[in-house]
Design a protein around this ligand. Structure first.
Ligand code: FAD
Length: 298
């Protein structure tokens, strides 16, 4: 591993950015400042999450619609099967189509009663993600992304059965998978080998989370089945009250990770931005991405 791109990516680096819909006017201001900062990097798409249990249906729609009307970016709306009938979900899909949205990130979603409880499909709803993928494709010519879990989804009995679920989503029309975040790149490459051996040939785009707050990231990782290597915990040790150093360490950690991925042939990345631009912008800069609006103006 080296901190300079020792090997050029085989093709140009492509990035996408994930945001969540804001709850308050202050959060809205932060989100839009971040979108404006990252937009000139010319991402492939920017995605907007759908709150657990569909709790942000209107806010997700409002954020996605604002991206369509106020920017040149291509938005992708996350959508889950949870707590809604097929008709209700189809209504959301149609409203995205009518708003000019052409990309949906299709998910099953977490159990309505919370992570760790048993998942019960809504009696009148889509039962599983592959059905949702097929439903979306039946409504319009959408691009559809789905999730993938290099370290296995916590509910899956085995990595192989998890890959069966991914295969079903691909067979229903998924065009791309975005992974849960991970910190040990070997997990990603081992997973990729198994996915390709299973005959799945869509892009499996690594999801990268810059560690804005180590404690929060570790808590979230414990729920989602992502492991925290000891070396990562050691790097953030003693920095709980030292925001500035934490930021520098976070940038170094994420830079190491993405440059190692580039060195090993990866050229597509999805960043979990947490609605903050600074770390992501710096990492994209290291990846060689530059402000396209400056180039256009020159
Ligand atoms: P799937 O990949 O469809 O399934 C995950 C696992 O569930 C399977 O591996 C299996 O163990 C079990 N399972 C599913 N179907 C079957 C079946 N037919 N038989 C047996 N077992 C089955 N959540 C949100 O609420 N909103 C979001 O916006 C959101 N965005 C996300 C974006 C990404 C990139 C990722 C990786 C996750 C996101 N999540 C989001 C989290 C996701 O909703 C949860 O991880 C959820 O528990 C599983 O949804 P999924 O689509 O990943 O499930």
């Amino acid at each position: 591993m080296t901190l300079r791109p020792s090997r050029q990516a085989s093709s140009p680096i492509k990035v996408s950015f994930e945001f969540f819909p804001p709850k308050t006017p202050e959060m809205e201001t932060t989100l839009w400042a971040s979108i404006q900062r990252l937009a000139p990097l010319n991402p492939q798409f920017v995605s907007v999450t759908y709150g657990a249990g569909g709790s942000t249906r209107e806010r997700t729609h409002a954020t996605v619609s604002r991206i369509v009307t106020e920017t040149h970016l291509k938005p992708a709306a996350h959508l889950t099967c949870v707590a809604a009938t097929t008709e209700e979900v189809d209504g959301v899909i149609r409203s995205y189509w009518d708003a000019g949205v052409r990309h949906i990130v299709a998910l099953r979603g977490d159990p309505f009663a919370g992570i760790g409880t048993a998942y019960e499909p809504h009696p009148g709803g889509y039962r599983q993600t592959c059905d949702l993928v097929a439903g979306i494709k039946a409504i319009g010519d959408f691009e559809v992304s789905v999730s993938a879990y290099p370290e296995k989804h916590p509910e899956a009995a085995s990595l192989d059965s998890d890959i069966d679920v991914l295969k079903a989503k691909v067979d229903c029309g998924a065009d791309r998978a975005i992974t849960q975040f991970f910190f040990d790149n070997d997990h990603y490459f081992r997973y990729l080998d198994r996915v390709r051996a299973r005959g799945i040939d869509i892009p499996i785009v690594p999801g990268i989370v810059p560690v804005q707050n180590f404690k929060q990231t570790a808590n979230f990782a414990a729920k989602t089945g992502a492991s925290i290597p000891d070396w990562l915990a050691a790097r953030f040790e003693g920095l709980d009250n030292d925001v500035e150093t934490r930021k520098l360490v976070a940038a170094a950690v994420a830079a190491e990770q993405v440059i190692d991925l580039v060195d090993r042939g990866v050229n597509e990345f999805h960043f979990y931005t947490m609605n903050r631009a600074d770390l992501v912008y710096a990492i994209c800069h290291l990846l060689g991405l530059r402000d396209q609006s400056v180039k256009v103006a020159a």
